[in-house]
Each structure stands twice: as structure tokens, then as C-alpha cells.
Design a protein around this ligand. Structure first.
Ligand code: NDP
Length: 262
């Protein structure tokens, strides 16, 4: 987004006005969320981000964002807890102003074949990835409707598009994200709000580095481009979808996976 594309005049709680757009990024302390936050700062946004508990990573992200000249607000906030989400968003808005953009990147995996999957791992993945994303969208969207502007980008996965053995919980949560996001896009398009989904393939982050070598080799073999993706490559796509260059794109699920679908 060019700096002069920014819609100025987003009021903070104290009555002062922030001339820059504000982006909220969940799971912004590490991995794809951090890359999205940094790219948003490079695009001229101030950034509010949350995470579950990793305060060291959050401090590093804050430092990198401030080096880019962005104003920053961050706090631990479990997206599963609706009250905590509302509190985080209230404090972020008081500090920076109301969000123009929301990127939901917070997510977890708990892989196992279904026959061996602990029931609690089903629930924790659905709760974090799907219900957590609902909580944040629900808390943000009414304000965007009142302001008649906004853009939401939700992180799904190609597992939610094609399925993936050992990921019944994760794939279900990600397929749910797609259904939820596409339905929301239909509800809010008339208010000038766009909602899109990004579905990455295998991206090198903490989420994937700890996987068994055998599994990583299998994943690599299935990628026509014969390499894993980088968080910054996903952030570039998210940046485009957040920008006014994507002004006529809504209700899409866009895969970024080195050609896995081929
Ligand atoms: P990481 O594990 O690197 O980072 C996850 C982030 O989410 C961290 O900031 C973490 O905070 C936060 N988080 C986890 N649970 C919660 C919670 N309950 N409340 C708030 N924040 C939470 O993941 P990636 O960056 O790799 O993944 C980002 C998104 O992209 C996820 O939704 C993932 O499913 C999706 N994705 C990733 C792919 C990949 O290959 N990496 C492929 C396809 C999709 P904390 O540090 O405190 O735990």
C-alpha cells in the first residue's frame, strides 16, 4: 500500500487522531504472523499484535516493528477466551486507533492419526484455530461495519482444502475457517469490508521445523517447486490482499504452496 493510500483520521480513545492505518495481527510474535506484522509496518501500518504466552518473541517482534517506524501495541491474549480478545482489542484501539486491517494467524497443530488422537487434542485445535478466529472476527467486524471500511485476512492451510493424514483436527479447523470466512465475506461486502483466506502449504516456521525428518522429506517430495515456502512469501500475499490494489477481491481462498495443487 502506498503511504498516500492510507485513510487518515482513526481516532484513539484519548481523542487524538492517528494518521496511519492500524493492523491487528493475531499470532504476531512468531512465524507467519511476525512476517505479516513486519510487512504491514513496511506498508505504512501501525501494528497491534497478540500471542498466547511467548513474551521473548513478542519483544523481538516489537523491536523489529519499531525499527520500521511503526507504533506498536502488543499483549498476551488467548484467542480462545472471548473476553480476553475484547480486552486486547479495546486496549489496542485506545493506544493506536481502530483497526483498518485484521490478520488472523494464531494457530496450533496437534497431529495424530484419528484412531490415536486424544479427544482433548481435537478440541484444543478446533478451539484455537476456528473458535479463536471467530472470536477475533466477531469482536472486530461490527466496528468495521459502522466505519464502512476494513479488510480481514484469515490464515487457513492447504490441509483444509485437500485434507492431510494425521491432521483431521487441523484440517477440520482450517476447512471451517474457509466456510466461516466466505460466509462472512457475503455478510459484509456491502459495508465495504473484504474478507479473504490465505491457504499456505509447507512454510518454514517453528510450527514445521520440529516435525520428524521423514515427514518433512515426504512433504518436500510432494512440492513441485521442490522447496519449502518462507513466511515472508506468505506475508507478501497478505500485504497485497490488505492493500487497495486488492480492492475488488473478496471471498477468495488463495493457495500459496509451491504448486502442491498441480
Ligand atoms: P507458529 O507456531 O510459528 O506461530 C504461532 C503463533 O500463534 C505464535 O505467535 C503463537 O503465540 C500464536 N498462538 C498460538 N495459539 C494461540 C492462542 N490460543 N492465542 C493467541 N495466539 C496464539 O505458526 P506459523 O507462523 O507457522 O503459523 C501461522 C498460521 O499459519 C497458523 O494459523 C497456521 O495454522 C497457518 N499455517 C502454517 C503453515 C506452516 O507450514 N507453517 C502452513 C499452513 C498454514 P505463542 O508464541 O505465545 O505460542
Amino acid at each position: 500500500m502506498a503511504a498516500d493510500d492510507a485513510a487518515p483520521g482513526i481516532s484513539r480513545e484519548d481523542g487524538t487522531v492517528n494518521e496511519r492505518r492500524v493492523a491487528v495481527v493475531t499470532g504476531g510474535s512468531r512465524g507467519i504472523g511476525r512476517a505479516v506484522a513486519l510487512q504491514a509496518a513496511a506498508d505504512g501500518y501501525d501494528v497491534a499484535f497478540c500471542y498466547r504466552s511467548g513474551t521473548d518473541a513478542a519483544a523481538e517482534t516489537e523491536k523489529l516493528l519499531r525499527e520500521q517506524g511503526a507504533q506498536v501495541f502488543h499483549a498476551p491474549c488467548d484467542v480462545v477466551d472471548y473476553g480476553a480478545v475484547e480486552e486486547f482489542l479495546k486496549n489496542a484501539a485506545a493506544e493506536l486507533g481502530q483497526p483498518h486491517a485484521l490478520v488472523n494467524s494464531a494457530g496450533i497443530v496437534r497431529d495424530n492419526p484419528m484412531a490415536l488422537m486424544p479427544v482433548e487434542d481435537w478440541h484444543s485445535v478446533i478451539d484455537t484455530n476456528l473458535t479463536g478466529m471467530f472470536n477475533v472476527c466477531r469482536s472486530v467486524v461490527f466496528g468495521m461495519m459502522k466505519r464502512k471500511e476494513g479488510v480481514i485476512v484469515n490464515l487457513s492451510s492447504i490441509a483444509g482444502v485437500y485434507g492431510n493424514a494425521t491432521q483431521t483436527n487441523y484440517a477440520a479447523s482450517k476447512a471451517g475457517i474457509q466456510g466461516m470466512s466466505l460466509s462472512l465475506s457475503k455478510e459484509v461486502a456491502r459495508y465495504g469490508i473484504r474478507v479473504n483466506v490465505v491457504a499456505p502449504g509447507f512454510i518454514e516456521t517453528d510450527m514445521t521445523t520440529d516435525l520428524p525428518e521423514k515427514l518433512k522429506a515426504k512433504a518436500l517430495a510432494s512440492i513441485p517447486m521442490k522447496r519449502y515456502g518462507q513466511a515472508e512469501e506468505v506475508a507478501d500475499l497478505v500485504s497485497f490482499l490488505m492493500s487497495d490494489k486488492a480492492a475488488y477481491i473478496t471471498g477468495e481462498v488463495i493457495e500459496i504452496d509451491g504448486g502442491v495443487a498441480l
